[in-house]
Design a protein. Sequence first.
Length: 364
Amino acid sequence: MLPFDSIINNDSVAFLERYLNNTSPTGYEWRGQQLWLDYIKPYIDTYQVDNYGTAYCIINPDAPYRVVIEAHADEISWYVNYITEDGYIYIIRNGGSDHMIAPSKRVQIHTRDGRIVPGVFGWPAIHLRQDESSFRTDLHNLFIDVGCKKREEVEALGIHVGCVVTYPDPFMELNNRYFVGRALDNRLGGFVIAQVARLLKENNIKLPYGLYIVNSVQEEVGLRGAQMIVETIRPHVAIVTDETHDTTTPMLSRTRHGDYACGKGPVLSYAPAIQNKLLDLMVNTAQTNDIPFQREANYRSTGTDADAFAFATGGVVTGLLSLPLKYMHTTVEMADKEDVANTIRLYYHTLQNIESGHDFKYIK
């Protein structure tokens, strides 16, 4: 088995910290994509970027058989929606931002000229909330205060309707066990596939097909980047990386949500979009290489870019490899470092078990 220190080392963690501390809201992913490309370039043959910002790196670009490993680069955020006469800012979602965590959070408002204006989500003090039913956190009563008294002051800072709002919360580690931060969903997936490329290069692994390492945009608003890039690459096989929920945290029901936990390995999905022959190959690979894994059943769809790949271009053989995550879509998402390492291991060995022209058809 690949040792942990060869998979996650000081250099790779330093890259992860840079990558996570940079904001890449949906539709505005290019700065994060540049960081990702700068890191992965030594381990690939060539790369391309499409019109909406999806970056894809290629090993063996002339090979006729094409295999994709994929993550998405975007993070949830907010849009400025309305500025009041007395200088308060109301917002709408850009992706699945959680309104429940917003009150008292610090924010960054990104202006068109590249400035970052600090602000806070305000909220009435506890002393003034005698009737709690009138103060329920709701998308439509969230407001941002940037210290201005008038709309004109806000506009003078470069803020207008359509400016993107993000959280500044930085990356950290907890108890030498967990990576913690905002946007682990799914910047952590981008980290995983970049490490796979690095390990293939460092260990001189020659694959018999073209490997396309894809960091898609706009997953958080409907898998849009994946829907576009699958038409460009037209892969034969795709293995998607995303996150799923650690259901062992307080207030969750395992009978309803399933039983998946941080520290027990990556999660393999069972769903109509998942091609069972590829799934069998991944399960066998994990068992052969003593890589722990978990199983998840998905109703109808997976809710990830796997759905976009599976049902495009006549049907792409698709698998989904998920990292269990605590507190998804908050600013303190948590992932176990061993799960990250084992996800990379499973990718690394699975790719070596796929052949050029591999036939995954159920009936031959």
